[in-house]
Design a protein around this ligand. Structure first.
Ligand SMILES: NC(=O)c1ccc[n+]([C@@H]2O[C@H](COP(=O)([O-])OP(=O)(O)OC[C@H]3O[C@@H](n4cnc5c(N)ncnc54)[C@H](O)[C@@H]3O)[C@@H](O)[C@H]2O)c1
Length: 361
């Protein structure tokens, strides 16, 4: 039986990423779309050949329409939790784009409601679905580098420096929560969690370089209120340590993402600038002496992440969960780390995730 999905928010991520991923998924159809922007609704109508009755400018009407049996939330961050709770109260499984929300308290409320209703909530942590990161996880899980000591993670891009970029929702705290921290950082924080290297405490700094931008709907200038950079030094549950560097103001070719995992037997490095596959240097004395090697990602991992993400959501809604499924518990974990980063940066001190968790109602 085909699952019927209603999408809320038909901007970039829904119209590009999710569209590609649904196109490769089995037993699913997009039956309704909601967006507050008319042009976005027109695009959705064309993309999915939808009748006018399946287009909504209010998410409650989409959910109440009875057209869909699952909801995919792709709106700006501050709307996610309110929309997810409405869908859960209507008895529908939900997918939520990352970050789940703008603070841990509202994410905890979604988690508690999902538990009460017995409904799955899937989080779009896309880096779990990349062929090469899946390969990387398998290598780490196989014990190839032995006990892990260091995780160096870099995710930097130049999107904050694009000429004339306006004060879109990502630059406004009331809509985005944080900036690069939740935009890129939530993926990186979840990556560590997924590798079983969960963050337990941290010190961090974050800040804004470009202090003002022109508003989207007028030429008036207004303050940017979300971070352009964040640096995190974290302790991990396993006893290892992580350094995470995030920026949207680093002039690069487009976006640099790098993970280096150092263990007692050597290291593994993923870097999107050097093509598919991994750089490895681990094993016996003789193997280490050969120096770094490049290994291609085996074909069994597939060609693209879009093969997996939407399928993973549908499978989860159908009761199937695996090593790659990202749930509301993972989303809450990442959100608590985000809150800890903000607190550490504001109060200039070490903050534990336990402290954030204890503050939740
Ligand atoms: N997983 C990933 O790799 C990834 C990549 C990009 C964006 N995202 C996430 O996806 C979400 C959307 O990002 P985007 O880049 O597509 O933004 P976007 O601005 O391109 O799209 C957001 C859309 O939501 C619509 N919208 C705004 N408020 C609404 C409301 N109350 N009800 C219905 N529609 C509403 C807007 O009109 C717009 O069409 C964010 O949470 C972002 O963090 C995730």
């Amino acid at each position: 039986m085909k699952r019927k999905v209603g999408i809320i928010g038909y901007g970039w991520v829904a119209g590009a990423n999710h569209k590609n991923s649904y196109a490769q998924a089995k037993d699913v159809e997009i039956v309704a779309v909601c967006d507050v922007n008319k042009a976005a609704l027109e695009r959705a109508k064309r993309d999915y050949n939808l009748p006018d009755e399946a287009l909504f400018d209010d998410y409650k009407k989409l959910i109440d329409s009875g057209l869909c049996d699952m909801v995919d939330i792709c709106t700006p961050n501050s709307f996610h939790c309110e929309q997810a709770k409405y869908a859960l109260n209507a008895g529908l499984p939900v997918s939520i784009e990352k970050p789940v929300g703008v603070n841990s308290q509202e994410v905890e409320e979604v988690r508690a409601l999902a538990e009460e209703k017995g409904l799955p909530v899937f989080i779009c942590f896309t880096w779990r679905h990349m062929p090469t990161t899946r390969f990387l996880k398998d290598v780490i899980d196989s014990g190839a580098v032995g006990k892990v000591y260091h995780c160096y993670i870099k995710c930097i891009k130049e999107s904050g420096l694009w000429e004339g970029r306006r004060l879109e929702w990502r630059f406004r705290k009331e809509l985005g929560g944080t900036g690069v921290l939740c935009d890129l950082g939530s993926h990186m924080i979840d990556f560590l969690n997924w590798m079983n290297e969960d963050i337990v405490g941290l010190t961090a700094n974050m800040g804004i370089f470009i202090k003002e931008r022109q508003k989207v709907d007028s030429d008036e200038w207004a303050p940017v209120t979300t971070d352009d950079y964040a640096n995190i030094l974290a302790d991990l549950k396993s006893g290892a340590t992580a350094n995470i560097e995030l920026s949207r103001c680093a002039k690069t070719e487009e976006q640099l993402v790098e993970f280096i995992i150092y263990g007692e037997k050597g290291y593994i490095r993923f870097c999107n600038y050097v093509g598919e596959g991994l750089e490895i240097c681990y094993g016996s004395k003789e193997e280490i002496a050969k120096g770094k090697q490049r290994v291609a990602t085996p074909e069994k991992y597939g060609a693209t992440w879009s093969l997996y993400q939407s399928q993973s959501f549908i499978d989860y809604a159908n009761g199937k969960k695996d090593n790659f499924t990202s749930t509301i518990d993972d989303g809450l974990r990442a959100q608590m780390v985000i809150d800890a980063v903000i607190k550490s940066s504001e109060e200039k001190r070490y903050v534990t995730i336990d402290e954030i968790q204890k503050g939740l109602k």
